[in-house]
Design a protein around this ligand. Structure first.
Ligand SMILES: Nc1nc(=O)c2c([nH]1)NC[C@@H]1CN(c3ccc(C(=O)N[C@@H](CCC(=O)O)C(=O)O)cc3)C=[N+]21
Length: 283
């Protein structure tokens, strides 16, 4: 029987655990989110983050700016948040307007407030196994596997996609969990054949329903990171769910799979940031 991995339920459980920790230690946690422009998808994600903060007991500040915000003005805002003692985590919602250099913005965020885990210092820490913030979507995938009792050590894991925010960091985390990891991308030859090796197939390519049963070994676990909205507003992933559902042992749905886990891991990183800041204030 195929197992549907309920990311929404697991994410809710994690938020409940975090809330209990927050209350029992009287932690005060604040996340500042910067949202630029009026991309409808970004607005939904930021709203979901804000709502999760409320559920978890985290104070959330949403700073909204018009598409015309200059890079200099954005860097000034980040600098102000970097210095504010009452702000633990900073998240600049991506994608940014064309005129703004994304890398300059990411590097401007204090690494100990970088709850996205996108700063080069946190990326470096991830690849050497040192303490730091892991990116939320990759961390959510590992947590989803662990809480679904799917072993990772020794497994053949194939990651499709090599982005800085999902493909590369999830490969690092899987490696840390002692998996054998293959990363595929747009230039990979014999993609279907390589994917068929996977005990755990992680798909983050950004193409609706691109992965069908030709890419999946019977009994494999499939994690779908993609999220697309068709013209009727219906959501789908990078995996053709209906085509593969009968042959997989477990699969994440879209919506209700990886997406909610991303947000719960953000909440977890915010709590970690707050604990760090509290420690640094008393010392
Ligand atoms: N600095 C930054 N950090 C991010 O973490 C970040 C970002 N920028 N830019 C965009 C991506 C995307 N992302 C998602 C978060 C939640 C859902 C989510 O809640 N998904 C719901 C459905 C939501 C819907 O209705 O669209 C689900 O899958 O069930 C999806 C995607 C975070 N991102």
């Amino acid at each position: 029987m195929m197992e549907l991995i309920n990311g929404k339920a697991i994410a809710a459980e994690i938020k409940e655990e975090l809330r209990a920790q927050l209350i029992s230690n009287s932690y005060k946690v604040t996340l500042a989110v910067i949202l630029i422009g009026n991309d409808p998808a970004s607005a939904i994600y930021v709203k979901n983050k804000h709502q999760s903060c409320e559920e978890t007991g985290i104070r959330s500040l949403v700073l909204s700016f018009p598409e015309s915000l200059t890079q200099a003005a954005l860097l000034e805002q980040i600098d102000m948040l970097n210095q504010r003692d009452d702000v633990d985590g900073i998240l600049v919602q991506l994608p940014l307007p064309e005129a703004i250099d994304q890398q300059a913005v990411i590097q401007a965020i204090r690494p100990d407030k970088d709850v996205d885990g996108f700063h080069p210092q946190n990326i470096g820490a991830l690849s050497t196994g040192h303490p730091g913030f892991a990116p939320c979507t990759p961390a959510g995938i590992i947590e989803l596997l662990k809480r679904s009792h799917i072993g990772i050590a020794g497994k053949e894991c194939v990651v499709v996609g090599r982005s800085n925010i999902v493909g590369k960091p999830v490969a690092q985390l899987l490696l840390r969990e002692n998996a054998t990891v293959t990363i595929c991308h747009s230039q990979t030859r014999h993609l279907a054949k390589i994917c068929q090796r996977a005990d755990i197939l992680i798909v983050a390519i950004g193409k609706p329903r691109a992965i069908n049963r030709d890419y999946v070994k019977p009994g494999a676990v499939v994690i779908d990171v993609g999220i697309h909205r068709d013209n009727t507003g219906k959501l789908c992933g990078d995996v053709d769910f209906n085509d593969v559902k009968e042959i997989v042992s477990a699969i994440t749905p879209v919506p209700g799979g990886v997406g909610p886990m991303t947000i719960s891991m953000l909440m977890k990183n915010c709590l970690m940031a707050a604990i760090l800041h509290q420690l640094n204030r008393v010392s």
